[in-house]
Design a protein around this ligand. Structure first.
Ligand code: GAP
Length: 498
């Protein structure tokens, strides 16, 4: 993990994972384009998330909502009124900075959730000046992060619309449609993966804070009378989480490991549904091989809570620039459904057959994960500078790697070897993500494959013509095994599951 974020951005560009947007025109801050390898990794990541959260479960269904919705949605959700960051503008060069980020940089303290007057007095007291020209800052002000556009041919006030700043609201606005068309019963969740847009004041740290990004979100609805009855919490009671509660932060204590059972017994996490989702989300990453020491849960302090949240824990990852939010897991109570009931006048309740009454469900946990931040996590976790080999080895987990295997014909100018290699390649390509490489020395080919995360290289040599066998070389250990061609596909499958 010695690599800096800037070095990672260079690596991602060099290998075709991620490119800066509009580069030939000088770039566009906060926007990125995924290249041939990046799009594969990103799609695999979204698929792995969907399999884990939707496909393998019976209690979660999916939707794919539109990016633009009626502006009334964003008034009801509170985003038009309150989705803002505090900015400060330099009186001299007019550079605009996000106030909390500026304070964090200069004073090394968290300014998340600070009010306008607190920010103003901190800046004055510590004589913080513009990092670009050393000019004085004007009074801080609020800046709404929503991207605005017009729908239809008339660019007037009544045609204003917004690009969604989170996918979540489409889940709430479709709540009734899903109740009416799917056979869901409380408790159940609705999942969505898609783009979100925020006009960030200071996009920074490569994919970490962009203006266009993707989210993978779930709203998990529970019966308001059964908030304490999590049907699945026993599955995760022994899961151990590095924990940093609001109280620990306030008392300047170090984060500590607790099992879910202890978190609940000691009332560090209040509701079992919340604890269940914290552990479930943590396990998503651990199952994909992420080092448990690199992930922790951190509770928001009261001042940090979003307008909709009554409690919130983040899953944080140890990025090279510090422990940072990877995923928010907020308790949104019935805030959103109630807001939409109030603003639309529609009935968004669920009929409880047992209790014979209508109830408005609560969202005790909204696991909301950024695709781009997770992508970055997997790049950092996988990146190894192997001094012995003299090349980078990208140890991506099997379900995520853009190419699971590669086929190399080892002997040049020998038609039979090339023919056999092509045949093997075509067969593998039907089952696995597979690439073919015949150029350069075998050492170069291994190095190229290592650098983009190919897990197994299959080489076909002279002997393959006689013994009808090939060599499989493992990316992480470089160990080689000889396997009959007839057993190659099943062997690779066996190795995939390991
Ligand atoms: N629906 C709740 C919600 O949107 P959030 O904490 O604002 O909560 C959830 O965002 C996740 O989306 C974050 O944990 C992060 O992974 C990702 N995210 C948010 N803003 C982002 C940005 N500007 N760039 C990249 N990812 C971002």
């Amino acid at each position: 993990m010695a690599l800096t974020i800037e070095e990672m951005a260079v690596f991602c560009k060099k290998k075709g994972f991620v490119f800066p947007n509009s580069e030939i025109y000088g770039g566009m801050a906060g926007f990125f384009d995924y290249g041939p390898l990046g799009v594969e990794l990103k799609n695999n990541l979204k698929q792995a998330w969907w399999n884990y959260h939707v496909k393998r479960r019976d209690d979660i269904v999916g939707i794919d909502g539109a990016i633009i919705a009626s502006p009334k949605v964003w008034v009801a959700s509170g985003h038009v009124g309150g989705f803002s960051d505090i900015l400060v503008e330099c009186k001299k060069c007019h550079a605009r900075e996000r106030a909390d980020v500026l304070i964090e940089d200069k004073l090394k303290i968290s300014a998340d959730g600070m009010k306008l007057d607190e920010i103003e007095s901190l800046i004055a007291k510590n004589k913080i000046v513009c990092p670009k020209c050393k000019g004085e800052f004007a009074e801080p002000s609020k800046f709404n992060l929503m991207f605005q556009t017009y729908v239809g041919p008339k660019q007037s006030e009544e045609n204003i619309a917004y690009l969604r700043p989170e996918t979540a609201q489409l889940i709430f606005t479709n709540f009734k449609n899903i109740l009416d068309t799917s056979r869901v019963k409380l408790p159940f969740g609705i999942a969505q993966v898609g783009k979100a847009f925020r006009n960030e004041i200071a996009p920074r740290n490569f994919l970490f804070r962009c203006r266009e990004f993707e989210q993978m979100e779930i709203e998990y609805f529970v019966h308001p009378d059964k908030l304490k009855e999590c049907s699945y919490v026993n599955e995760v009671m022994n899961c151990e989480l590095l924990t940093y509660s609001a109280e620990m932060q306030e008392k300047n204590l170090e984060p500590k490991k607790y099992k879910v059972k202890e978190l609940l017994d000691k009332k560090i996490v209040k509701l079992s549904w919340h604890a269940y989702w914290l552990a479930t989300e943590y396990n998503f990453f651990i199952n994909l091989g992420v080092n448990p020491e690199h992930i922790r849960i951190r509770q928001h302090k009261k001042s940090e809570l979003a307008h909709y949240a009554s409690d919130c824990w983040d899953l944080e990852y140890k990025f090279p620039f510090g422990w940072k939010e990877l995923q928010g897991i907020a308790d949104r109570s019935d805030f959103d459904l109630q807001q939409h009931i109030k603003h639309s006048g529609k009935d968004l309740s669920w009929f409880d057959e047992e209790g014979k009454k209508k109830v408005v469900p609560f969202v005790i946990a909204e696991p909301s994960l950024g695709v781009d931040r997770s992508f970055l996590l997997f790049m950092f976790e996988s990146y190894h500078d192997d001094k012995e080999r003299g090349n980078i080895v990208l140890k991506l987990p099997n379900p995520l790697t853009p190419y699971y295997c590669a086929v190399f014909p080892l002997v040049k100018n020998k038609e039979e070897v090339a023919k056999l290699a092509e045949k093997v390649y075509k067969e593998l390509k039907g089952c696995y993500t597979c690439m073919y490489d015949e150029s350069g020395s075998v050492g170069r080919r291994y190095a190229r494959a290592d650098e983009i995360g190919v897990k197994y290289c299959v080489t076909i040599d002279f002997d393959s013509l006689d013994d009808k066998a090939v060599t499989i070389r493992d990316r992480d250990t470089t160990k080689q095994i000889r396997v009959p061609i007839t057993e190659l596909k099943s062997k690779l499958y066996e190795l995939f599951l390991k």
